[in-house]
Design a binder for this molecule. Structure first.
Ligand code: GLA
Length: 356
């Protein structure tokens, strides 16, 4: 069903925003560190119109779910929490938001670590910015999106996903310092392209997951080491003074920041791939955010000819692997990898491949 069929009117505004895939720099953003995402071709679209009554009406095409809510109602759950959160936070910023009809349609795969929620937040905020001519730049938009995630979805996340969705593009990498928000747009390593394969294991990050716990562990490690954030340490040996679990967590973050900083020095695709492989090992062994199926997918990718490197991408606990592969070989590699991976009973699938 389209906007007209649901709401009996044509939409006034349409805006969209992409999902992202992070190439290097995982779980570094809430440690004030460095990240290196790019966007994926799949986008989330939001259409808006003024509602005829005093209530907001939200519809998700993907879920075929309709939610009606008044300004004073408590936060709803599911997709509506993000949509409502955007409205609420803009109101807290001092803007008056009229009652709206909102139609959401997403092509960003959900539960795969590709930031479907950031895409929804940025698309919704873009739509409201356009509808009401709000004086918000793309960075401010990302910051509000991050607050929606924290305050309305309970995920104590960093700023990477919303910055990537708001500012990055599919044909380059966005190198971002999450402390200062300084950034550089960089080309992919020469002769390489991006392949993203879903492990088939759904990831769920929100409140109650290991994600918030990891963040708390990092903050405790930084406190014990006497720094504002783990970003302020470059030598992983410093972590040896910490209790073992905190040492592991801090070691991942510090070495991961170092990997990003090396990768943006214009290294070859081969070296970039080695850094991705090392990132996977660090996420698996030190940060413990991988799961066996994802480890097996990453290992198969890493052993396949034409693959420079591969790793778990996104928040973890399931989701997708990103690989850097020889230009033009993505489709063939994906076919070989999936034959092998799915023969063990998994439900892997290609999510991003330039040739498909
Ligand atoms: C999620 C969060 C991000 C980031 C990644 C891990 O996607 O939303 O802020 O922390 O996990 O790198």
């Amino acid at each position: 069903m389209n906007f007209q069929e649901i709401f009996g009117q044509e939409p006034t505004i349409e805006a969209s925003a992409p999902g992202r895939v992070n190439l290097l720099g995982e779980h570094t953003d809430y440690n004030d560190g460095f990240v290196l995402p790019t966007t994926i071709p799949q986008r989330t679209t939001v259409q808006l119109g003024l509602s005829g009554d005093k209530q907001h009406h939200f519809y998700s095409e993907n879920l075929d779910e309709r939610v009606t809510i008044s300004q004073s109602d408590p936060t709803p759950s599911g997709f509506a929490s993000y949509v409502f959160g955007c409205i609420r936070l803009l109101e807290k910023e001092g803007y008056t938001i009229p009652a709206v009809n909102v139609y959401v349609n997403s092509f960003v795969p959900m539960g795969c670590g590709l930031s479907s929620s950031a895409a929804l937040e940025v698309a919704m905020l873009r739509a409201l910015r356009e509808l009401l001519n709000l004086p918000l730049d793309d960075v401010r938009l990302a910051q509000i999106g991050q607050q929606v995630e924290i305050q309305y979805a309970g995920l104590n996340c960093g700023i990477m996903d919303q910055m990537a969705s708001s500012l990055a593009s599919t044909d380059s990498m966005l190198f971002l310092d999450t402390r200062t928000l300084e950034r550089r747009v960089l080309p992919f390593p020469a002769g390489a392209e991006i392949l993203v394969i879903d492990s088939g294991v759904h990831h769920e990050l929100a409140a109650g997951s290991g994600y918030n716990q990891r963040r708390a562990e990092c903050e405790e490690a930084a406190h014990l080491l006497g720094v504002k954030a783990l970003r302020d340490i470059t030598d992983p040996q410093v972590t040896e003074s910490l209790p073992e679990l905190l040492a592991q967590r801090a070691r991942h973050v510090i070495t991961e920041d170092n990997r990003v900083l090396e990768a943006v020095e214009g290294v070859s695709a081969q070296r970039f791939g080695e850094l991705m492989n090392a990132s996977h090992t660090s996420q698996r062994d030190d940060y413990e955010v991988s799961v066996p199926a994802v480890d097996s997918l990453a290992a198969i990718l890493q052993e396949t000819p034409g693959v420079f490197g591969a790793r778990l991408t996104g928040g973890g606990f399931g989701g997708a692997c990103v690989a850097l592969v020889e230009t033009g070989k993505g489709a063939e590699i994906a076919k070989n990898v999936l034959e092998h991976y799915n023969s063990a009973g998994h439900t892997g699938r290609v999510l991003v491949c330039p040739e498909l």
